[in-house]
Design a protein around this ligand. Structure first.
Ligand SMILES: NC(=O)c1ccc[n+]([C@@H]2O[C@H](COP(=O)([O-])OP(=O)(O)OC[C@H]3O[C@@H](n4cnc5c(N)ncnc54)[C@H](OP(=O)(O)O)[C@@H]3O)[C@@H](O)[C@H]2O)c1
Length: 382
């Protein structure tokens, strides 16, 4: 049985990775921040979110262990001996933890996403079994590049970055590449934007779309009259409120279900990826039109009419407010770039797996918007 040291197992993607590893028969040491007991409770809650009710059994049998670890701290906050012991027990290090908030300033986000990656690399470097390092990056390290095909081996900063998060993940990948020399092995997995049509649980893992969905839902619950008055917008002849986003109407974005991403990551990690760094995109075979993404966000507010316009020189207060909830979205909506996924295509072919169909309107509505609440309490702010 392999032993995997996994960071970020309480996260939205991380808990799906953990569930997949457990069901594949691996032993997992989950590196979770906080004291052991609360860390374990949070991990068990995350496993319930992904329907792994036997979490307690895995903990009891020792196939799942929780080690308190903080990426902010030297050697993850572990003593020298504990760090070495963990490193020596590990066959593979999977690093999924990150600060995923798009608005966090670069110096703050880098402390975890870059420096913390450095601590995880040290863990892999210290292990006597020479563990492979599997780094969860993002397809968004491509930054501001809006067109063309992004190759899996490309790592290029010349187009700049749309958010500090993207930039920090770019620097983390550079660190991984610099580490993977002298026979060391690194596999970099780059998922696109992850979603789930599963309703968010109150204390389960959160993710950018869940937070956005909550805020949009809170706003939508106030109804069209309140919003028209609050933001000074005039409904059209059918009583609908117009929301505009600057971009290209033929824009595309790659959205992937988190369940598919986790399974694909384990598929791509099967076997040895060889010395040096191997990079793989974990993206959906069909890109989603930006218009479908935007329509899905207002699916449960039929009194909203969305529109993508080439330029937005006269934003209404409502346009500006919604843009502030989606940092970088006005720039993502100019994208038509695509991602190479040759290796995932081949791996699916090898395993006789049918790639998923395009995400349809019903899936997107379930993933990106919430039905109106029955008891609408007055929110404290919108
Ligand atoms: N979600 C997406 O759409 C998406 C898309 C592309 C790439 N990715 C990448 O996929 C990975 C996983 O994302 P996710 O969606 O699971 O993120 P998430 O839900 O925000 O979870 C982040 C995880 O990182 C942990 N973490 C944050 N700071 C830490 C610290 N100082 N020490 C230890 N652990 C820390 C969190 O622990 P706590 O529970 O203690 O907060 C949590 O487990 C990330 O590397 C992200 O960049 C995500």
């Amino acid at each position: 049985m392999r032993t995997i040291a996994l960071s970020g197992a309480t996260g939205f993607l991380g808990c799906h990775l953990l569930a997949s590893m457990l069901s594949a028969g691996d032993a997992v040491v989950a590196l979770v921040r906080g004291d052991a007991q609360p860390a374990t409770r949070r991990l068990v809650r995350a496993l319930h979110f992904v329907d792994v009710p036997e979490a307690a059994g895995h903990l009891e049998s020792g196939r799942l262990r929780v080690v308190p670890a903080d990426l902010h701290r030297r050697r993850l906050g572990l003593g020298h001996d504990a760090f070495q012991e963990l490193a020596d027990q590990t066959d593979e290090v999977w690093h999924s933890a990150a600060v995923t908030d798009l608005e966090t300033p670069l110096d703050v986000v880098s402390r975890v996403n870059v420096k913390g990656t450095g601590e995880m690399l040290e863990l892999a470097a210290a292990g006597r079994r020479r563990p492979r390092f599997v780094h969860i990056s993002t397809a968004f390290v491509a930054g501001g590049r809006s067109d063309g095909l992004i190759r899996e081996d490309a790592l290029d900063s010349s187009h700049g970055f749309l958010t500090p998060y993207e930039e920090s993940k770019f620097h983390a990948e550079r660190l991984v590449r610099a580490w993977a020399v002298d026979g060391r092995r690194a596999l970099v997995l780059r998922p696109s934007m992850l979603l789930s049509d599963r309703p968010p649980t109150p204390r389960g893992p959160r993710h950018p779309h869940a937070a956005l969905r909550m805020r949009l839902n809170r706003l939508a619950a106030r109804g069209p009259d309140y919003i028209a008055e609050r933001f000074g917008v005039v409904p059209d002849e059918r009583g609908r409120l117009l929301v505009r986003l600057p971009g290209r109407p033929d824009g595309l974005i790659n959205l992937t279900s988190v369940e598919y991403a986790a399974t694909s990551m384990l598929r791509l990690a099967q076997g040895d990826s060889g010395p040096g760094t191997t990079t793989r995109h974990v993206v959906h075979p069909a890109d989603t039109p930006i218009t479908a993404w935007l329509n899905a966000m207002s699916a449960h507010a039929p009194w909203v009419r969305t529109e993508i316009v080439p330029r937005l020189s006269d934003p209404t207060c409502l346009d500006a407010y919604l843009a502030s909830l989606l940092p970088g979205a006005d720039r993502y909506s100019h994208h038509r770039r695509r991602y190479e996924r040759t290796t995932l295509d081949r791996a699916e072919d090898r395993d006789g797996v049918t790639p998923p169909p395009a995400l349809d309107a019903a899936y997107l509505a379930a993933a990106l918007s919430s039905p109106p609440r029955r008891n609408t309490q007055t929110p404290t702010h919108v």
